[in-house]
Design a protein around this ligand. Structure first.
Ligand SMILES: [Fe+2]
Length: 177
């Protein structure tokens, strides 16, 4: 009987945030009040390194969505808390190279400004190569739009493909501990 090695599989969760337009406005006001003047540029604009401290506000806004995601992904137990959160904006040619968020917790991205006609979602890199040809395997979530929330084990490598348009792409990312 054919079966799959369950412990080699990678949990992944995707949903649409409930009551998105209301929450989008709240998230954008946190960006404007606490992040906008604190963004630094490397491959994209981010306030990740700038000791921001608004993660409790993010947790309050997205609490029900995060709680449901953590319950359904069913990968770590306990009560989910947003450990840290940050915004990233991608203008023309901005990108984010392959990276991970450390081991042992969950990470998430919420797409705040996203045009499916012009932007590409976060792309994930498989921790093992293809057992058929040894190639590196990548995967992109489908049907990403504004208000999409995705969650994955923090150690899974991923990147943001270059924004080839002139329209700004904006995400909120967070680690769930
Ligand atoms: Fe990331």
């Amino acid at each position: 009987m054919k079966s799959f090695i369950e412990s080699f599989s990678i949990p992944f969760y995707q949903t649409k945030i409930e009551d998105w337009e209301f929450k989008q406005e709240k998230l954008l006001s946190i960006y404007e009040d606490y992040a906008q003047d604190n963004m630094s540029f490397s491959e994209q604009n981010s306030d990740f390194d700038n000791e921001n401290n608004y993660h409790v506000m993010i947790e309050t806004i997205l609490f029900e969505d995060i709680k449901r995601a953590v319950k359904e992904i069913d990968w770590i137990g306990g009560r989910p808390r947003v450990g840290n959160a940050w915004f990233q904006t991608y203008d023309h040619q901005h990108t984010h190279a392959v990276h991970n968020h450390g081991l042992g917790h969950l990470s998430m991205v919420c797409y705040i400004h996203y045009n499916p006609e012009k932007h590409r979602p976060t792309t994930f890199v498989c921790p093992y190569t293809s057992l058929i040809d040894g190639n590196v395997m990548e995967w992109e979530p489908e049907d990403v739009e504004e208000g999409t929330l995705i969650m994955w084990p923090s150690g899974l490598a991923h990147y943001a493909p270059a924004n080839l348009s002139d329209e700004r792409r904006m995400i909120l990312s967070a680690n769930i501990k």
